[in-house]
Design a protein around this ligand. Structure first.
Ligand SMILES: [Zn+2]
Length: 311
């Protein structure tokens, strides 16, 4: 039964610390990391130039070494070792990634038959719409294996309504529903979502076109309006938490604005689900849209069924 979707707003003991943070806490961190990466890239570039220069020096020294005493050759070897070590330090981040890839490849080879089948095509049962946030990868959290979930991730896991026109999200939806014929669409929201904080921070007078982020998150404005109406006495962090779930429901409603999605839901070929991952508690809420009851509702609320809470 449950109208609307399960929404629990509880005081968050750690929320106070985020009060003093900037609204785009998550995005600022990412920018810092990108900046850090640029620095590393610069360091790598310098290192590459040094290697070229060292290589030329080494060639000259090799000529001299062939005529010089044996100790001099040892010095050259030491120099080479030193240079290689520096080069490796400069690429640490990709050494780690390489190790992970090779570890994945071991698993690939172990399950080669399955991967050869996947190489011919995919038939996932799930289409997943999740946030781009680096902490909430659905394959990590829910264990989707290759070929199981056609996934698109965007800021705040939003689904724009049909009438808003083309976007990456509805292009992915069209392919998943009409070509791959997925049987389930799962929209996953999450705690401490920077995109939802951006939405909740927008003032009425704000120009939605002032930034790409604003012009995107405004897709969820109905969730913000519902949150302000239902949770006006809560503090900002609590409102954000409320909106994180309300926004998932808004996306579920928006999914029904796509005629080819609604037709499949009516025919029982497609189910629409909401999910909410709380990564401070490591819990997961899941609920399923009850299409028949939603349509019977006079005031446009969502009816949901099969609610589950995993903790
Ligand atoms: Zn997010």
């Amino acid at each position: 039964m449950a109208f609307p979707a399960p929404i629990s707003v509880s005081p968050d003991p750690t929320a106070a610390s985020s009060n003093s943070c900037t609204v785009f806490h998550g995005f600022v961190s990412n920018s810092s990391r990108i900046f850090g990466w640029k620095l590393k890239s610069g360091k790598r570039e310098k290192l590459r130039l040094r290697l070229v220069s060292d290589s030329r020096n080494t060639q000259r020294l090799s000529l001299r070494a062939s005529m010089g005493p044996s100790g001099f050759t040892q010095q050259l070897e030491n120099k080479k070792l030193e240079t290689v070590t520096e080069a490796e330090d400069g690429c640490d981040i990709f050494h780690d990634i390489k190790d992970r890839f090779l570890s994945f490849k071991k698993n690939y080879l172990k399950n080669n038959e399955q991967f050869q089948i996947l190489a011919k095509g995919q038939a996932p049962k799930f289409m997943v719409i999740a946030c781009a946030d680096s902490r909430v990868c659905p394959s990590n959290i829910l264990g989707f294996r290759p070929g199981e979930a056609f996934t698109i991730r965007n800021v705040a896991n939003l689904v724009p309504p049909f009438e808003s026109g083309p976007s990456e999200t509805n292009a992915a939806l069209e392919f998943a529903v009409n070509s791959l014929k997925v049987e389930n669409i799962l929209v996953i929201g999450h705690s401490r979502c920077g995109g939802i904080r951006a939405l909740m921070s927008m003032q009425d007078e704000d120009d939605a076109n002032a930034s790409f982020i604003k012009s995107w998150v405004v897709v969820g404005k109905n969730a913000k309006i519902k949150t302000e109406a239902a949770a006006c006495s809560l503090n900002f962090d609590q409102k954000c938490r409320h909106c994180e779930k309300e926004s998932v429901n808004n996306s579920l409603s928006n999914l029904l604005t796509y005629p080819w999605i609604e037709t499949k839901v009516v025919n029982g070929e497609l189910s629409i689900h909401g999910g909410y991952y709380d990564f401070t508690e490591c819990t997961f809420d899941k609920w399923t849209l009850d299409y028949q009851k939603t349509k019977m509702e006079q005031i446009g609320r969502l009816a949901v069924k099969d609610t589950l809470f995993w903790s």
